[in-house]
Design a protein around this ligand. Structure first.
Ligand code: ADE
Length: 248
């Protein structure tokens, strides 16, 4: 639900999400909030009680809109309100949402939304990170994209979703394609060697090395196979040697 349906529709037409919609794997309806106003000027905002700058989105259009959806499509599983005050979105939250039948997302604009939309209509408040955006449309698209990827059939290769960084708790390894040398930088020789076991080990090592340096917090919850555990121990020992004289 948005006052900028074209902004959302444009993003839905492309890529993995666009293809999933075309194939009927997911069904996305974009509603214009102004269609749920009752005045001639289709007004969706008003001045804040108590004064102050900016405008506040009126509650009635949101309530009418959700009632319309309920009448047409049945009770939604959740009504999500994207807001910087919500619980922080993550792979785990996306996974939970991907198992739901019917998710409604209410996009706000202006300085805010009348709080009764939050208390009486929304069932879930979600933040996509510690920064403030000028509306809920981009968060809604972020949520939709991340959730859609987890719906079986959306991403062609199920295995590639299983291998995603935040599923396994390990960041991705580097990828290369032709040319084998570019701007003086050569592709790592192992990738051209044709030795599949060596390539697999190299990829695991690169992924773990990156994770150890950039996101060591992920490793606590990571699922590692025996080879990865062995590589990680090597990397940790190596780092301790390199940084041994720097204290903790
Ligand atoms: N609306 C504005 N900023 C937001 C954020 N970071 N997450 C979700 N919704 C928002």
């Amino acid at each position: 639900m948005t006052i900028f349906p074209r902004m959302v529709e444009a993003a839905l037409a492309e890529g993995v999400v666009g293809r999933a919609i075309d194939r009927g794997i997911i069904d996305v309806r974009v509603h214009d909030l102004r269609d749920f106003t009752t005045d001639r000027h289709r007004v969706v905002d008003d001045a804040p009680f108590g004064g102050g700058p900016g405008m506040v989105m009126k509650p009635e259009p949101f309530f009418r809109a959700v009632e319309h959806i309920r009448a047409e499509r049945g009770q939604p599983s959740v009504v999500v309100l994207p807001t910087p005050q919500g619980r922080v979105f993550s792979h785990e939250v996306a996974r939970q949402m991907s198992r739901l039948d019917h998710v409604v997302v209410l996009c706000g604009r202006y300085e805010g939304i009348d709080d009764r939309v939050r208390t009486l209509l929304a069932t879930d408040e979600v933040s996509i990170g510690d920064y403030v955006l000028s509306g809920g449309e981009l968060p809604a698209l972020v949520i939709l994209d991340a959730v859609a990827r987890l719906v079986p059939g959306t991403v062609g290769d199920e295995q590639s979703v299983e291998q995603d960084s935040f599923v396994r708790g390990v960041l991705d390894c580097p990828h290369y394609t032709r040319p084998a040398e570019f701007c003086g930088e050569a592709v790592p020789a192992v990738l051209l060697s044709g030795h599949h076991a060596d390539i697999r080990r190299w990829r695991k090592r690169e992924a773990l090395a990156r994770t150890l340096v950039r996101r060591p917090d992920l490793l606590a919850g990571a699922t590692l196979d025996d080879e990865e555990q062995e590589i990680l121990s090597e990397l940790v020992t190596q780092r301790e040697k390199e940084h041994g004289d720097e204290g903790d």
